[in-house]
Design a binder for this molecule. Sequence first.
Ligand SMILES: NC(=O)c1ccc[n+]([C@@H]2O[C@H](COP(=O)([O-])OP(=O)(O)OC[C@H]3O[C@@H](n4cnc5c(N)ncnc54)[C@H](OP(=O)(O)O)[C@@H]3O)[C@@H](O)[C@H]2O)c1
Length: 313
Amino acid sequence: MSTGNAENHSPRPESRSEPADRGEASGREKASGRREASGQEKASGRGGAAGRGAPPPLENRRAVVTGGSRGIGRAVGEELGRAGARVVLASRTRESVEAVASELRDEGLEAHGLPCDATDPSSVEELLQGAQDALGGIDILVNNAGRSSSAPLHRLSLEEWNDLLAVNATSTFLCTQAFLPEMVEQGWGRVVNLASVSGLRGGKYISAYAAAKHAVVGLTRSIALEVARSGVTVNAVCPGYVDTPMTDRSVARIVEKTGRSEDEARQALVEASPQGRIVEPKEVAHAVLSLCHPDARGVNGTTLVIDGGGLAG
Ligand SMILES: NC(=O)c1ccc[n+]([C@@H]2O[C@H](COP(=O)([O-])OP(=O)(O)OC[C@H]3O[C@@H](n4cnc5c(N)ncnc54)[C@H](OP(=O)(O)O)[C@@H]3O)[C@@H](O)[C@H]2O)c1
């Protein structure tokens, strides 16, 4: 069954947020006698491998994450920050992105919130300047800003087509074009683009979103080849449904168009996943972190699918 939505895979969220008490060991951790280091412990070098003297993998790397005010972008900012990176989060809404940055600072991480409309060249130039001022340079760019919608082709307006191409694909082009030269010049950099399973296959009623995400994948592969000898890598992650406000809006659209209950609509997304669940933002963030790791130097021009196996069949 097609859900007529952007990510034709996924699941029942086990929980959207982290456990309230990060210090408490889970049942499994208690049983094994292990406890994962909290974000603050990781940031401060206490606990886990860091506590045994290994520096965090992204120590002093400087990262910019677009669309960092909620959902996947927020989780990516947290993950990179806990891995030692100094982070700029950017989105159109200054208050929301600064609020997230403030929460990360409360955790002991370095985070800055900057306003940016990633579809606007002058706003992207301002972000570049602001990030330079805040961090002194850039090592990592995560092009995460994006939006989905659904409509059959005969109801898809030119305005909506242009907007989806702009926010998903043109934003990735503009930010990469702005931030890449410094990475190439310094001989180290990581660009990670948020594409989607819809960047690798089509789906009913999502022609504009799928076209935009296919563009992101093509851009990723082509730029990866351009910079392959520079020490910079360019990769894409391709999630199925992830438990974020964007998926909440997809569920609301299903409810509106089919008359199903919210639970039924969400269950339709769950059933589309071989794992029978919706991916958590932190899982995508972990995939982004793995691509940013210094040892991921040989991973270039790839698309990392995070959909519980949906594209495997
Ligand atoms: N959720 C999923 O199931 C899923 C699956 C596959 C791929 N993805 C992709 O993952 C990315 C993040 O998705 P999400 O689910 O986290 O979405 P979300 O919860 O709706 O968050 C989107 C983020 O992008 C920002 N944004 C939107 N337009 C922007 C613009 N023009 N310039 C700068 N920032 C902008 C938003 O902040 P402001 O509104 O403040 O600007 C917000 O921070 C998107 O590229 C999406 O296509 C999501």
